[in-house]
Design a protein around this ligand. Structure first.
Ligand SMILES: Nc1ncnc2c1ncn2[C@@H]1O[C@H](COP(=O)(O)OP(=O)(O)O)[C@@H](O)[C@H]1O
Ligand SMILES: [Mg+2]
Length: 374
């Protein structure tokens, strides 16, 4: 009993500290812990705390209002079908290419001008389909959009849903979409093509047809003020009727040189004084890779440098791969590396470009060529 009392005393001190620091979320967690701990010995205290916690959400967000509604769960796996992201934070802003950027900004602008749209008898765009290869920022763009709109993001991973017993998938899908419809959120149907991928299985054709019907109905019934996003790597696999339902289609391209330079710059700038230079070098060296691969490569080099104590530059050089690089690109790369103070010998080793070639190239860049016979 005395240890229990000492325990409670220390909880009160922690509580006071958190309250004075205004850390509402931590207070909630602590109170939950106290309620659990005291359930047997002090049921009244435990019950009152639980009641208070239920009544007093810290922040009035749509999600907390929804907290009372049961989350949809697959009856077979009991896994949560929906992933909910609230208060989304980014380590670095996403790099958004031309068309994608302008369409996303249009979606945001529409939501800020509901009255103007209304006056013109229009609803904002309520459905958008993100198309593109893996790792180019489709899921990231959905998170970014939700953040800009100041709404929580709910993600339904259809690949996960489809791996459950198909007979229940239609019911699961309807349950999830009904739930999301009530919340003031952005819903992302991720990996939408997963539905189509099971079409090879003959026995399941009927069930899949029903599933597509559920999906079409749900898209049609989607509230005008809600935002329904879907992402796919295989637009060719989608049912044409599903494809047509989406009012806006955004094609996410693989990053070009400028986009790679932009991303690498953003990733390195806080940690490296020569970030802009390396962004230019790696924009050439990492061509053909997705944003996701590039980010992982950069993080790998930072980890390697951190644990070895060696200079980050050393590991960044290690990212330079020559396969598939055109000769002209290799020459630019070599010129840049020489410009950054790397020895001619090292540059030759890294790029395979001979010292003389680099030298003549550097000179032809610097001095305008003499006219023939001049
Ligand atoms: N356009 C981008 N700008 C910045 N980082 C990106 C971009 N695209 C992808 N990434 C990085 O790669 C990770 C995976 O990208 P993701 O959005 O999941 O790709 P997708 O959904 O297209 O397969 C992201 O979390 C982010 O760190
Ligand atoms: Mg994704």
């Amino acid at each position: 009993m005395t240890t229990a009392k000492a325990d409670l005393d220390s909880d009160i001190i922690s509580l006071a500290r958190l309250a004075l620091a205004g850390r509402a979320q931590d207070i909630q967690l602590l109170l939950q812990r106290i309620a659990r701990k005291t359930r047997l010995e002090k049921p009244e205290l435990s019950n009152s705390l639980t009641a208070l916690l239920r009544e007093a959400p810290t922040k009035e967000t749509p999600l907390r209002r929804m907290a009372e509604v049961a989350m949809p769960v697959d009856n077979d796996s009991r896994l949560h079908l929906l992933k909910i992201e609230d208060n989304i934070e980014f380590d670095h802003a996403p790099v958004l290419a031309g068309d994608v950027a302008s369409m996303l900004h249009q979606l945001i602008a529409e939501r800020g001008q509901l009255a103007a749209l209304d006056a013109a008898g229009l609803d904002p765009t309520k459905t958008a389909l993100f198309v593109g290869p893996p790792g180019v920022g489709k899921t990231l763009a959905a998170r970014w959009l939700a953040k800009q709109l100041n709404k929580p993001l709910m993600i339904l991973d259809l690949a996960a849903v489809m791996s459950s017993y198909l007979g229940r998938t239609g019911a699961n899908l309807r349950q999830v979409l009904d739930y999301a419809k009530q919340a003031d959120c952005v819903l992302l149907l991720d990996e939408l093509d997963a539905i189509a991928k099971r079409r090879d299985d003959r026995d399941e054709v009927g069930e899949l047809k029903r599933l597509v019907t559920v999906l079409l109905q749900q898209i049609d019934d989607w509230p005008a003020r809600g935002l329904l996003l879907a992402a796919t790597n295989h637009p060719d696999l989608l049912d044409p009727a599903v494809w047509r339902r989406f009012e806006m289609k955004l094609e996410f391209p693989m990053p070009d040189r400028d986009a790679i330079e932009d991303l690498v710059g953003r990733l390195l700038r806080p940690y490296h004084e020569n970030a802009s230079h390396w962004a230019k070098v790696l924009a050439i060296a990492l061509q053909g890779k997705s944003f996701s691969d590039i980010q992982q490569s950069i993080e790998r080099t930072r980890r390697a440098a951190a644990i070895s104590g060696d200079a980050l530059e050393f590991y960044l050089q290690g990212l330079i791969q020559l396969d598939g690089l055109a000769k002209a690109d290799r020459i630019s790369l070599a010129t840049m590396l020489v410009g950054s103070g790397l020895s001619q010998r090292n540059v030759q080793k890294l790029t395979g470009i001979a010292r003389d070639t680099v030298r003549s190239h550097t000179q032809s860049e610097a001095v305008p060529r003499r006219r023939k016979g001049g």
